[in-house]
Design a protein around this ligand. Structure first.
Ligand SMILES: C[S@@+](CC[C@H](N)C(=O)[O-])C[C@H]1O[C@@H](n2cnc3c(N)ncnc32)[C@H](O)[C@@H]1O
Length: 354
């Protein structure tokens, strides 16, 4: 996986990372006179334990928690890429047995990510908490600090930037295309569309909101109720790939927060299906998380496992499409550099006919 190759340091083993990071944690937690030759005797869990204790102190005492939590996040991301499965499972078990785990759960966003009340990771209500569109209710001080920490990570800023980028693209499409047809795949609450006025949205011939979760579609219907162009489709990626949803063709198709869960063969097949559903000259935009410093924390504490792709892996999602049908293929990132975007445009009608 991309994260492993992008974050690992050569062939360093789990134990070697633990030992190297010990040099950081010995500053505050261990005897400074610890002889280097004895380091091989250190239990591999010790550096992690020290970092967990330090982060817990940061949250429960009045001191600022961010630096200690950030240290822990960095350590976890390193361990994630240097550990084998058994070692990483042990890291996760250590995190979940530590009192810091209960502190993290005081934050409703973290608790929702971990508990997955809709039965899957990454539901739209969770995205609303990341978007900070409303302040979570009933938070105690510690919960507020955890929420502030989690929503201040680069990847959370990235999610908000992703939404803004798509709102801008929707606006551009409404201005540049005459009565465009638009499809959002795995739309969630489709918050990016709600940043445009109803008048602007109604310039579209149709805006199709596609998602597996009918509760989320009900919220799209409620919040975009004045948009006459809106149509809701409840369906799955599996059925879309199997050709069992006849949605027609579109000038803009985009998908945010879905591909991070799709293995590469499925991602490539879906990209092909969506590209085929473009009108001539139409545009397909797909987002995917890049390896980042929060991935270890997210997996260890929140059981939120994403597929982090490198730029090349994101570009390769178009691997199943005939190059001759593509007018342009580009890659970009939002300003935090945690999310990459693949953008494909289809040849215009005249060029296709030649
Ligand atoms: C992380 S949310 C992203 C929502 C929205 N696009 C956004 O950016 O805020 C992922 C969405 O993908 C939908 N989803 C996940 N797997 C799906 C599948 N196999 N078929 C259709 N929708 C799916 C979920 O229901 C959820 O609404």
């Amino acid at each position: 996986m991309g994260a492993r190759s992008a974050l690992g340091r050569g062939n360093e083993s789990f134990l070697e990372v633990q030992i190297r990071t010990m040099t950081v944690f010995t500053e505050c937690s261990f005897d400074r006179s610890f002889p280097p030759t004895d380091r091989n005797m250190i239990h591999p869990n010790q550096a992690l334990q020290a970092s967990l204790d330090q982060a817990l102190r940061g949250f429960t005492q009045e001191a600022s928690s961010d630096a200690d939590m950030q240290e822990l996040c960095s350590l976890l991301s390193e361990l994630q890429v240097t550990s084998n499965k058994e070692e990483w499972d042990a890291v996760k078990a250590t995190c979940r047995a530590h009192p810091l785990f209960d502190i993290i759960q005081e934050d409703p966003l973290s608790r929702r990510i971990y508990e997955k009340p809709r039965g899957y990771a990454g539901d739209a209500r969770m995205m609303d908490l990341i978007y900070k569109s409303e302040q979570p209710r009933g938070l105690n001080d510690v919960g507020q600090r955890v929420y502030d920490f989690v929503t201040d990570r680069q990847c959370a800023h990235g999610a908000r930037a992703r939404k803004m980028k798509l709102a801008a693209l929707l606006n551009k499409t409404m201005v540049e295309c005459d009565a465009p047809e638009i499809l959002s795949v795995a739309c969630g609450h489709m918050r990016e569309a709600q940043l445009l006025s109803t008048n602007r949205l109604n310039r579209a011939r149709r805006i199709v909101a596609f998602d597996q979760d009918e509760t989320s579609l009900a919220e799209v219907s409620r919040s975009l109720g004045d948009c006459e162009a809106l149509s809701l489709v409840s369906g799955s990626v599996r059925r879309l790939i199997a050709g069992r949803h006849n949605l027609g063709t579109f000038d803009l198709i985009y998908s945010l927060g879905l591909y991070d869960y799709l293995e590469q063969p499925i991602a490539q097949r879906l990209t092909q299906v969506l590209f085929d559903a473009l009108n001539p000259g139409g545009r397909l935009v797909i987002a995917n998380y890049l390896p980042n410093e929060s991935s270890g924390f997210m997996e260890a504490f929140l059981e939120w496992e994403l597929i982090y792709r490198s730029k090349q892996e994101i570009m390769d999602m178009a691997g199943g499409i005939n190059d001759g049908a593509i007018s342009s293929k580009s890659y970009s990132e939002e300003h935090t550099g945690t999310i990459g975007f693949l953008e494909l445009t289809k040849l215009p009608a005249r060029a296709v006919a030649v």
